[in-house]
Every structure is written in structure tokens, then in C-alpha cells.
Design a protein around this ligand. Structure first.
Ligand code: GLU
Length: 327
């Protein structure tokens, strides 16, 4: 009798443990085909103006997707840690919107796309209103300067905010942080110039250092997809169920991502892919399909604007397959 039950249980358990809807199967298959389609693409090159980034294995390629009902799908090198770089700008802007309010961010930093490279100095000089986008270096450093707190409390707030989104404790990658700190002259010049225009709201050295630290936070593709999931779900985290942001501020954030998430090629991206997104020179790109899913792809080789080549192609393919274009 016992062995008959054992046999029935043995037969049933694997079936129920692996039970998948046809949608599950489709998403897994779509991620796998995106990976196999683009894994041989060797176009582009690692960022090297931060020396530590040049040393990252260029072949790494990971894709992760989280649905608004909290399911996590992934394929490839999704446990590999890399530096978040400019993708951090999304989460610090999210904190500034919540902490300072949407009007203050628009007035004191600015929200218009510059249409210029991420480390542009001309963008500041040409813009009479000194409206500097929070998703490029100038605006991101100004956004950091706008946050409340001294060096310690501000960093604690930023780190815990990121951890809430990731539902994990994220480390700072010390080698990347040191490497960028040693080669940070251009960012220092940008922050100093903003200060001269009264568009920087605190100590330059301290806020530059906090900004550099935030860019050196280590994430995996899976962490990034989980961090981005609340932005696809009206600010509520689909895994922890915590409401992290107001719906209004999610709208503001997605608007800025749509117009400025991929540096000076943001318009091309919107035209082609149609998803709010943000890239970083570490090789990651996140994108949001509102009400449907978040996606993060990591592969270090970048195009001339600083966007991961494989990540752009993979997201384009997956968004098309899932019919996610917001326009
Ligand atoms: N930490 C990098 C910098 O400030 C971020 C650049 C990026 O990912 O766009 O140059």
C-alpha cells in the first residue's frame, strides 16, 4: 500500500513542480532564441574610459524578465555581477521625485532630453535655462546633490532605496569605484560648471563621490529586472508587494526614460522599440513594458553612444515578440 502511494506521489510531484502555462513556455523560448540569435554578434567594444570596465569579459550575455505578477524568467549569464553605471540614474531620480517632489526636480534639475552624449559639457553651456536631464551625468550629479542628508545619511538612504527595489542587499564593486574615482576629472569639471551656474545643490566633491559610488553598485541582470519591475507595475513591487513610488512619479520617470534613456540615440530607440529604457556603460540596459513586464539585458560591448549592442537587439526582439511597444 505504502509503495503504491509512493509511486503515485513520485509521478505527480515533478509534473506539478514543473507545471507551466503556455505563456511561461513562450517567454522562456523567446529569451532563449534572443540569446542564440545575438550571442555571436561581436559588434562594439567594452567601455574603456573607466579602466576597470575594459577588463570585463566581453562575451557575457544574460537576459532576465519579470512580469507584473512577479514571475522571473532568465537565460544566459544572469548571475554575473557587473556595475550598474548609468542605470543607477533611474533609481536616484525615482528617490528624488519621491523625496523632493516632481516640480522641484523639474525646476532645479530639468527633465528635457539634451540629445547629446552622456558626459556632454556643451549641453550645459548651450541650454540657457541650464535644464539638465537627470539621466545623463550632469543631471544625475545634480539630482544626487538635491537629495537630503549628509554624506553618511544620504548614502544610507540611496543604498537602502536600491536594495528595496532589488529585494536584495547590493554591494559596491570596489575595483570599479576606485578605477572611476581615479579617472573622474570630466565629471568633476561638469559638477563644478553646474555649481558656477547655481545648478548644483551641495558640496561638489562629496556629491561626485556619492554619484561614483552609486554607479559602482554591483548588480546581476536578474537583480536589474527585479529592480525595474515596480516601474512596470505602477510603483508597486510585484515580488514584495510594497508600494515604492506613487503612480504619478512612475509616469514622470517613464517619460524621462522614453526621451533620454539611451543617450543621444533615445529617439531612434523610441522609434524602433518603443519602450522606456535606460542603458549604462557597464553593458546593461533595462526596459519597461507598463502593465506587462520589466526586462534587463547585460552584455558589455557598446555602440558609439554607449549602449550595449546585444542588449539593444535582444530587447528589440523580445519586445516585438511580446507585442510590447507602448506606442
Ligand atoms: N559612471 C559613468 C560616468 O559617470 C556612468 C556613465 C554611463 O553609464 O553612462 O561616466
Amino acid at each position: 500500500m505504502f509503495s503504491r502511494w509512493l509511486l503515485i506521489i513520485t509521478l505527480l510531484v515533478p509534473v506539478s513542480a514543473c507545471a507551466q502555462t503556455s505563456k511561461d513556455v513562450d517567454i522562456n523560448a523567446i529569451l532563449a532564441s534572443a540569446h542564440s540569435l545575438y550571442k555571436m554578434d561581436k559588434t562594439g567594444a567594452n567601455a574603456d574610459y573607466i579602466p576597470a570596465l575594459a577588463e570585463v569579459d566581453s562575451e557575457l550575455f544574460g537576459i532576465a524578465l519579470v512580469t507584473t505578477d512577479g514571475k522571473v524568467y532568465s537565460y544566459g549569464d544572469v548571475e554575473q555581477r557587473f556595475s550598474i553605471q548609468s542605470i543607477s540614474k533611474v533609481f536616484t531620480l525615482a528617490l528624488a521625485l519621491e523625496q523632493q517632489g516632481a516640480d522641484t526636480v523639474a525646476e532645479k534639475v530639468g527633465v528635457n532630453a539634451s540629445g547629446m552624449p552622456f558626459n556632454s559639457i556643451i549641453a550645459i553651456e548651450l541650454n540657457q535655462a541650464r535644464s539638465i536631464n537627470p539621466l545623463v551625468n550632469a543631471g544625475a550629479m545634480a539630482t544626487m546633490s538635491l537629495l537630503d542628508g549628509n554624506e553618511t545619511t544620504k548614502w544610507q538612504r540611496v543604498a537602502s532605496w536600491y536594495n528595496e527595489f532589488a529585494n536584495a542587499k547590493l554591494p559596491v564593486l570596489d575595483a570599479v569605484y576606485q578605477s572611476e574615482t581615479e579617472t573622474n576629472d570630466r565629471n568633476l569639471a561638469i559638477a563644478q560648471l553646474l555649481k558656477a551656474h547655481q545648478r548644483f545643490y551641495g558640496d561638489v566633491a562629496m556629491n561626485l563621490d556619492l554619484y561614483t559610488r552609486q554607479c559602482s553598485i554591483g548588480v546581476t541582470a536578474k537583480d536589474l529586472a527585479i529592480m525595474t519591475a515596480p516601474l512596470a507595475n505602477n510603483g508597486k513591487h510585484p515580488i514584495t508587494n510594497k508600494q515604492l513610488m506613487s503612480e504619478d512619479n512612475v509616469e514622470h520617470l517613464l517619460a524621462v526614460m522614453s526621451t533620454a534613456g539611451l543617450y543621444e540615440t533615445s529617439g531612434d530607440w523610441a522609434y524602433k522599440v518603443g519602450l522606456p529604457a535606460k542603458s549604462g556603460v557597464g553593458g546593461g540596459i533595462i526596459a519597461v513594458a507598463p502593465g506587462q513586464f520589466s526586462i534587463a539585458v547585460f552584455s558589455p560591448r557598446l555602440d558609439s553612444a554607449g549602449n550595449s549592442v546585444r542588449a539593444q537587439k535582444a530587447i528589440d526582439y523580445i519586445a516585438e515578440k511580446l507585442g510590447a511597444n507602448v506606442f
